[in-house]
Structure formats: C-alpha cells, structure tokens
Design a protein around this ligand. Structure first.
Ligand code: CMC
Length: 434
C-alpha cells in the first residue's frame, strides 16, 4: 500500500494521483515519473525551475534564507575551520576525516598529483594564446586516454581511484596551462606541500628561483576552494550527471562539466566581473552601468549579481567580502581601485528598486576575482580555479549517481513545435527545382 501523501492532478474530467516525497529539509517533491504512462502528457519546465532531477545527500541550499551546507555543515563554518582536502573527504564520504583518515586521504591525493609525462605533448599542441578553459576541457577529458585502470564505472575501487585522480591532477593541469601560456617550463608538484600551497608553487615557481608560498595566499586559496567545492544540482554538476548517466567514463564527464562551467552565466562570471569592473573604471560611471543592466534592450547584466536559487545574499559572497578585505590588508595592498568600485556598485545596486524587487544580490563570483587578482592570478585563470574546486563536488555527485540503485540514463522529452509530416516531390521535380 502506498503510504506517501498524494498530489492530485486533474486533466479535463479525469483525476490522477502522484506520490509526494519529503527530504530531510527543503521543499517536498511530487513524483511525476508515471505521468506520461498514465496521462500521455509530459511536464514542461525549461531551465528546470521546478524540477528535482535526482535525490542527493551531499549539499543543501535554502536560497531564501541564504543557507549553503555540505553534508549538514554550514559553509562559513567549513571555510573558517577546515582545509580543502578535509572538505573533499566530507563531500566524498559524508564525514569530515579524523586524524588517521586525514593522513590517509592527504597522502592518497598527494600520490596522484603528477600527470602522465605524455600529457605535456598534448598541451603543447594548443596555441599559446588559447583560453586556459579551452585547454582544460580537452586536458581533463584526455585523462581517460591515459588512466585505463580507472575507467570501469561498475568497479567501486576504480570509481574511487578516478575520484582521487581527478581531485589530485586538476591543479597540476591548471598550472601547466598557465605555464604554457606564458612560455615558462612546467613545474612538477611538490608533495611536501599542502594542496593549495602546491598549486601556488606550480603556478609561480620557476626552475631558477626558489618560491616561498605565502601562508596568507595559501589560506585564502583554501578558503576559495572550499566555498566553490559543491553547489548541489547547478548547470555543470547536472552536466556531469547527465553525461555520466549514459555510462561515460568519469574523466570525460568532468570534461563536459568544465565546458558547462565556462559560460558567463555560471563559473565564467568570475572573469566577467573583473572585465566589467575594469570597463566601469571609476565610481562615477556606476550609474551608467546600473542603467544598462536595467535596460531590457541591452544584453548587459551586472556580472556577479543574481542567482537562480539565492534570493538573499549568497552566503559564499558574504565570506568572500570579508576575506577580500583581509587578504588585501595582509598582502599590504592599500589601494585596490576595483574593490572600491565593487563595493560602491554593490551599495548602489542593493538600494535600487530594480535589484531589490528581483532579489538580486552579489553572488560568489562578485568578490572572488578581486582576491585572485591580489594573489597575482591572471584573469583568464579565474574560471579554471573554480573548476579545480568544483571537481570535488563533481566527483562526489557522479559517484553518488552511479551508486544510486534508481539511476537511469537522463533523457528529457520536449514539446515539439516543428513541421508536421510532409513529403518530398518526385525525383525529377526535385532536380529541376535545384
Ligand atoms: N543584472 C541585471 N538583471 C538581472 C541580473 C543581473 N545580473 N540577473 C537577473 N536579472 C533580472 C533578469 O533580467 C530578470 O528580470 P525580469 O524578471 O524583469 O525579466 C530577473 O532578474 C530574473 O532573472 P533570470 O535570468 O530569469 O534568472 P535566472 O535564475 O534564470 O538566472 C543568473 C540566474 C545567475 C544566470 C542571472 O542572475 C545572471 O545572469 N547573473 C549574472 C551572471 C552571474 O553572476 N553568474 C554567476 C552565478 S553564481 C556562480 C555559479 O554558481 O556559477
């Protein structure tokens, strides 16, 4: 007997019942998987505004209250008290690691930081001026050509190995993209360093000079990685899940996720924010840009503002606003014109009727770029950093999907509005008209 409460749908004079499920938090869902079989209708929800595509126990967001939690822990607490690899462990296994688990996990990830030597020859095929995200899409998917012993998605050990490899190798690939773009030699990982220190080392060391990683920068990097690590069923994560639902290998799926992340409405916004702030150039020009953002005939939007789920201040932006001031202070950067413009832009937008009415607040990308800039990271690398962090979430979500007994290939339907059946004329007529 079905014990779930039911939602009743009436189509013309016929009624249909569908079960309602409740999670531990958040809105209940109506299971409409039998809708087509029972009624011959599809649901229609472009952009998935009201559609839950899966069950998940990894990340929870309450967009109205501005809450983001990984496995039940609030994001600000994790950012303050944890390091990135502990958060990766949390996302993958559901718990923060104890001391022994932490030692094992750090060691395991560290052992996978190097990439196959042949990969550098693939990278060298790209033009040096390529956008690093273009290279990352290819390089991450190409891992499937190198690591054949972690492609069998039905083997739990191979799935885990693929997850370790993706988390560990992404910073190495990212730093290689950067070094290649500026014509410097690749720097191998140094396994004595922490995850964030190692990334900064691979980015900024050269064979000629010792590079001492600044603790301020390493801490800020760790915080940024934690804040970006997962965000439930966002566009890139859904892309990874959809690609993986066909049984594609995890490296190829992450490549698809990186492609989705690149767009300016998603992860590409962090780069777009800095370009926008540079274009604004001076506080006096802010009203002109606010007016453009409100003008429906102008495609311009305030980058780093608004979110599909948050109708309140993005909790990640809240942490980053504070971190931004701290990092600039600690690095001795007294005068950062872009931060001044950003804070004034935020102040004006938050008082503007257009933004207030639509509940448009700064999102995670609004302040992250200013911190990256202060750390000497070039603008084109910003979205790559997002990808390094989000890899943790992608692999955790991909693993969760594969291990879900209800998992099926993702196959949405459509409302067809093309031509109805028609026929070609006779062959002779066709030739004449050509
Ligand atoms: N500037 C001006 N108007 C905006 C903006 C903005 N940044 N964002 C939304 N609006 C308006 C939009 O024009 C619409 O107005 P109306 O109701 O009059 O037509 C209303 O607000 C609702 O917008 P929407 O496009 O229907 O909302 P959405 O949920 O589909 O889009 C979004 C969410 C993030 C794509 C959008 O807010 C946006 O384009 N923001 C700028 C890009 C950005 O910062 N992206 C990073 C997202 S956070 C990082 C991540 O998770 O990737």
């Amino acid at each position: 007997m079905n014990t779930h409460p039911q939602a009743t749908l009436q189509i013309k004079d016929k009624k249909y019942d569908f079960p309602i499920y409740n999670g531990t938090e958040g809105p209940d869902v109506i299971d409409i998987s039998a809708l087509y079989k029972e009624t011959g209708h599809f649901t229609y929800d472009p952009g998935f505004l009201s559609t839950a595509s899966c069950e998940s126990s990894i990340t929870y967001i309450d967009g109205d209250a501005g809450i983001l939690r990984y496995r039940g822990y609030n994001i600000d607490e994790l950012a303050e008290k944890c390091d990135f690899l502990s958060v990766c462990h949390l996302l993958l296994y559901g718990e923060l690691p104890n001391e022994e688990q932490s030692e094992w996990f750090n060691r395991t990830i560290t052992l996978h930081t190097m990439v196959h030597e042949q990969l550098q020859f693939m990278l060298r095929g790209f033009p040096r001026r390529s956008h690093p995200m273009a290279v990352m899409v290819g390089a991450s998917a190409s891992l499937s050509a190198f690591y054949h012993d972690s492609l069998d998605i039905n083997d739990p050990d191979q799935r885990e190995l693929a997850a370790f490899r993706m988390i560990a190798k992404m910073p190495t690939l990212a730093a290689m993209c950067y070094k290649y773009s500026i014509g410097q030699p690749f720097i191998y990982p140094n396994n004595e360093l922490s995850f964030s220190e190692n990334f900064l080392h691979m980015m900024f060391a050269t064979p000629c000079e010792k590079y001492k990683v600044s603790p301020t920068m390493a801490q800020a990097m760790d915080k940024l990685l934690i804040l970006h690590a997962d965000h439930e069923q966002n566009a890139s994560t859904s892309t990874v899940r959809l690609a993986g639902s066909s049984g594609a290998n995890p490296f190829a799926c992450i490549g698809a996720g990186i492609a989705s992340l690149w767009g300016p409405a998603h992860g590409g916004a962090n780069e777009a924010v800095i370009l926008m702030l540079r274009e604004i150039g001076h506080k006096s020009r802010i009203p002109e840009f606010i007016a453009r953002a409100k003008d429906k005939d102008d495609p311009f939007r305030l980058m780093g503002f608004g979110h599909r789920v948050y109708k309140n201040y993005d909790p990640r932006a809240k942490v980053l606003r504070e971190t931004c001031n701290q990092v600039l202070d600690e690095l001795g950067i007294r005068d950062e014109p872009l931060l001044e413009i950003a804070m004034e832009l935020e102040r004006i937008a938050l008082e503007d009727e257009y933004f207030v009415q639509r509940k448009l607040y700064p999102n995670v990308d609004f302040y992250s770029g200013i911190i990256y800039r202060a750390m000497g990271i070039p603008t084109k690398m910003f979205t790559v950093l997002f990808a390094i962090a989000r890899t943790a979430g992608w692999v955790a979500q991909w693993k969760e999907m594969i291990e879900d007994p209800k998992q099926k290939i993702g196959r949405p339907r459509q409302l067809y509005n093309g031509a109805t059946e028609r026929h070609l004329g006779s062959k002779k007529k066709m030739r004449k008209s050509a």
